[in-house]
Design a protein around this ligand. Structure first.
Ligand code: GLV
Ligand code: MN
Ligand code: MN
Length: 410
């Protein structure tokens, strides 16, 4: 019996991917009108399949297929439908739509499971304009604090306001909190976003662990002045100081540690950003990732100490602010085995690998056992318009995910 409809799955992925800002493939930033449009499309799909649809206080979109023993904790299959700016067509939506295909197939074949299955599009998994990522899954795990709800975007709008715009109710965010016994298992299918599966000629990957992520905002305060009249030795240039700090994180994270680590400056704003003004102010963001919490701490503390020395030597002000920290996770052996066996029902080219990308699974691991299946990523490229997965691999990954659900719910 062919349970997964390969063509339908492929079509739904491309239908949702096509809901993108015009002229900016592939962009559906969280808390924008396009994002809401994509989620309306998703809710309609869920309704058409006959799922019970809910938008919770954190604006998470949930489609429920009720099991024959509704008092059992549910199986949650989730991911996200927001993208980075100029992102790809698979990051996030592949996982949500694989889940949707699974419940649609189960319904069509009249297969009733004991467990209720919830398909969840978690709100704002990517770093949002408010600085925070995994917003929706944080609300479930209890890691969305009141302080975080007051984070603002460049226009001064708060994250709480943005959640309302997305259809949530930030005043009732605590209602999203899940008890530890509410979820039996969390599963997520995702494009690998790196080159490992392709290089090893594997069809599917079972994720062994997911990196932790530490993000900082860094504020450098110099003295804006005339670029023509201020001598080189009389400047307090915020940009050159921030540039030196950027090179410092590259150097520090590039050293050898007991586990691999990466450090990136991906947001960098210079003020007033005029060719004839010595930069007076720079705000930038640093993120550090590793599967080892200790290594993240080591790199972070060395970076902060060097940033302080650079600031005092260059005579500029420095303020650092922790934006977020998500903990690294290790996938439990029994879940790895479940997924490994499920993957092997569809292909023998299966390997294990850790995830350098963060996922909603990080937050979900605080509530339930989690497992992830990766599908290969063309040229290892992701978070860019060229991101690509093959139809066959998406199909195999979804079949494997379904097989895991059936086995778990037996
Ligand atoms: C999510 O895509 C992340 O790893 O930042
Ligand atoms: Mn992403
Ligand atoms: Mn993702």
């Amino acid at each position: 019996m062919e349970l997964i409809n390969k063509e339908r799955l492929w079509e739904t992925v491309h239908a949702l991917a096509a809901i993108t800002i015009e002229g900016k493939p592939w962009t559906r930033r969280s808390f924008t009108a396009k994002y809401n449009e994509g989620r309306e499309w998703l809710k309609n799909q869920m309704q058409d399949i006959g799922l019970e649809v809910e938008v919770d206080a954190a604006a998470n979109v949930i489609g429920r297929l009720i099991g024959t023993e509704p008092n059992l904790p549910s199986i949650v299959i989730g991911s996200h439908t927001d993208t980075v700016p100029d992102g790809g067509r698979f990051d996030g939506i592949a996982g949500v739509l694989a889940g949707l295909e699974i419940v649609q197939s189960l319904k069509e074949q009249n297969i009733q499971l004991k467990h209720t299955i919830e398909i969840v599009d978690f709100t704002a998994e990517e770093p949002s304009e408010y600085g925070l990522s995994t917003v929706g899954s944080r609300a479930w795990s209890g890691n969305l604090t009141t302080e975080m709800l007051s984070y603002t975007n460049a226009d001064g709008q708060s994250l709480a306001e943005a959640i309302s715009f997305a259809g949530g109710n930030p005043k009732e965010i605590n209602k999203c909190l899940k008890e530890k016994d509410e979820i039996a298992l969390y599963l997520e299918l995702h494009i690998e976003q790196g080159p490992v599966l392709i290089n090893k000629n594997a069809n599917l990957g079972v994720v062994t662990g997911i990196v932790g992520i530490q993000r900082f905002k860094i504020f450098v305060d110099g003295l804006p002045n005339h670029a023509g009249t201020t001598p080189m030795d009389m400047r307090n240039d915020a940009l050159t100081a921030a540039s030196e700090m950027t090179l410092a994180i590259e150097r520090i994270a590039g050293k050898k540690y007991e586990q691999p680590v990466v450090g990136t400056v991906g947001v960098f704003n210079n003020f007033p950003n005029a060719s004839n003004v010595v930069p007076g102010k720079v705000e930038f963001q640093v993120e550090i990732r590793s599967i080892s919490e200790e290594v993240i701490d080591q790199v972070a503390s060395q970076f902060l100490s060097e940033a302080n020395s650079i600031a005092s030597r260059r005579n500029v002000g420095l303020k650092t602010e922790k934006v977020s920290r998500s903990k690294a996770i290790i996938v439990r052996d029994e879940i790895k085995h479940l997924l490994e066996n499920s993957c092997r029902t569809v292909t023998d080219k299966v390997i294990e690998l850790p995830s350098g990308a963060g996922h909603d699974a990080n937050q979900m691991s605080l509530l339930a056992p989690v497992g992830m299946i990766f599908i290969p990523c063309k040229d290892g490229r992701s978070h860019c318009p060229e991101e690509w997965a093959e139809k066959e691999d998406l199909y195999l990954g979804t079949k494997a995910l379904l097989s895991a659900v059936l086995e778990f719910s037996k």
